[in-house]
Design a protein around this ligand. Structure first.
Ligand code: ACO
Length: 438
């Protein structure tokens, strides 16, 4: 029995239970011994949205929401954003250590030489309506990749798992860029192996008729930093989807499709797009107070504000704000910036936001940068999905290696009807039902 225990006394029976505390948690299963009656199944915890339940042990990402700390494998995000690059960070997240020079070279080579898609993927793309949202296309096409790589089903083979990580990290930018090119009717731009990961992505997005696309260094670096900031974020909604779906032992392409779908939602990775739509809707500085009023009345959400874990500030938002200045110098000021700054200023002073600890999150400024860089609005969530693929794959790998992993299967509190007998259809239209509008 560990030294730290929690004593629970059942007032009905007077019985006491010693529940071990480990890593600041108790095991929910230890509560099962507390029963309401002899036949009772045992006490469960009720935690909708898992706001206070650890679903796994992890060694990948550490967040202290009160202090605004974010570390990948122990390295502070500020240092990684300043000194590292996205592919190095992806390697760190997946493997636990920064790569040596030769490991880095091999890794970059592997990613760079796996960016091409099977040509049939383009045919899938062509089946979409011309204004299909790129995130819908990404969810479908990344899931479809599982049919091109049946070896991905070998999830107990570490070498096979490693290759799927390489393929996914390499191909997500190509899928996202092709979805965009299709939507605007431009020919697909194929990957250029001489460019960096983000330089090549810009090439696939924006290359026109020039023989060689040369990315603007400030934009290439800004995108790289944004990718570092989005690489992982422990057990958020999409990562939980990755782990939950992956726990059924499906192939990783199908699990990444599920994670991408979770990321698409406006409360998660879709928020960066919704921030710009909100700023456009507000339209002018004069209309900011009116909008804030509607948010406080519960009619609207201030998109890009608030976070389940960060209750002080989001360290990623701070880095992004600095990055935004560099991008605006290169590309000119974003016309929506003034409105964003005014919203932020009012919200940070207002009792409603202060008392609820609502601060700008990573999405509040990333959208403004993406827009200034020339990315179309509906591509923003894909710009989140590309770098998060490294995090999803690292979390998936960790889950598969964990001997405690079982298929994810939460419990429920059943509040429905007690057992009753089937009623033939002719006997269902009773006056009582009619009166109740059923
Ligand atoms: N605008 C206005 N009020 C808000 C906001 C917001 N953005 N976020 C939270 N609140 C309010 C809630 O209404 C609630 O108020 P109440 O106590 O009076 O009912 C209180 O603050 C607590 O909010 P919850 O919804 O309980 O917080 P939760 O942790 O469940 O939600 C979330 C976190 C989803 C991020 C929420 O803050 C939100 O919807 N933000 C806007 C969308 C957004 O920016 N999402 C991106 C998150 S970052 C990411 O995924 C990368």
């Amino acid at each position: 029995m560990p030294k730290d225990t929690l004593t629970i006394t059942d007032n009905r029976t007077g019985k006491s239970y010693e529940i071990p505390i480990q890593n600041g948690t108790i095991r929910a299963l230890d509560l099962r011994q507390i029963k309401m009656s002899q036949e009772d199944f045992g006490l469960m915890t009720y935690d909708p949205a898992f706001t206070n339940t650890a679903a796994c042990k992890s060694a990948i990402t550490y967040i202290d929401g009160d202090k605004g700390i974010l570390n990948y494998r122990g390295y502070p995000i500020e240092q990684l954003a300043e000194k590292s690059n996205y592919l190095e960070v992806a390697y760190l997240i997946l493997n636990g250590e920064l790569p040596t020079r030769s490991q880095h070279e091999d890794w970059v080579h592997q990613i760079t030489t796996h960016t091409l898609l099977h040509e049939n993927i383009k045919k899938f793309m062509e089946g979409f309506w011309h204004d299909a949202h790129p995130m819908g296309m990404l969810v479908s096409t990344v899931g479809a990749l599982s049919t091109f790589y049946p070896d991905a089903k070998e999830i107990t083979n570490p070498e096979s798992r490693r290759w799927q990580s390489v393929r996914l990290i390499a191909k997500m930018p190509t899928l996202a860029a092709f979805a965009y090119r299709y939507s605007i009717g431009r020919p697909y731009a194929y990957p250029d192996n001489e460019l960096s990961y983000t330089g090549n992505f810009l090439n696939m997005m924006f290359k026109l008729t020039e023989l060689k696309y040369r990315p603007t260094p400030v934009l290439e670096r800004a995108l790289d930093v944004l990718f570092i900031l989005h690489a992982d974020h422990e057990q958020n909604c999409s990562t939980s989807a990755m782990r939950g779906v992956g726990s059924s032992q499906v192939d990783p392409y199908s699990a990444v499709a599920a994670a991408t779908a979770a990321l698409y939602g406006p409360l998660h990775g879709g928020a960066n797009e919704m921030v710009i739509r909100m700023l456009r809707e507000i339209g002018s500085l004069a209309r900011v107070p009116e909008f804030i009023k509607r948010v406080k009345a519960g009619e609207r959400r201030l998109m890009g504000f608030g976070h389940r874990v960060y209750k002080n500030y989001d360290p990623r938002a701070r880095i992004i704000k600095e990055m935004a200045d560099q991008v605006f110098v290169e590309m000119g000021k974003n016309s929506l910036l003034e409105i964003a700054l005014e919203l932020e200023k009012i919200a940070l002073e207002d009792e409603y936001f202060v008392s609820r600890k609502l601060y700008p999150n990573v999405d509040f400024y990333s959208g403004l940068i993406y827009q200034s860089m020339g990315f179309p609005l509906d591509l923003f969530p894909s710009l989140f999905a590309i770098p998060r693929t490294a995090g999803w794959m690292a979390q998936w790998e960790e889950m598969l290696r964990d001997p405690e992993t079982k298929i994810a299967r939460p419990r429920q509190i059943y509040l429905g009807s007690p057992p009753r007998n089937y009623v033939p259809i002719a006997e269902r239209e009773t006056p009582g039902r009619k009166a109740a509008g059923i």
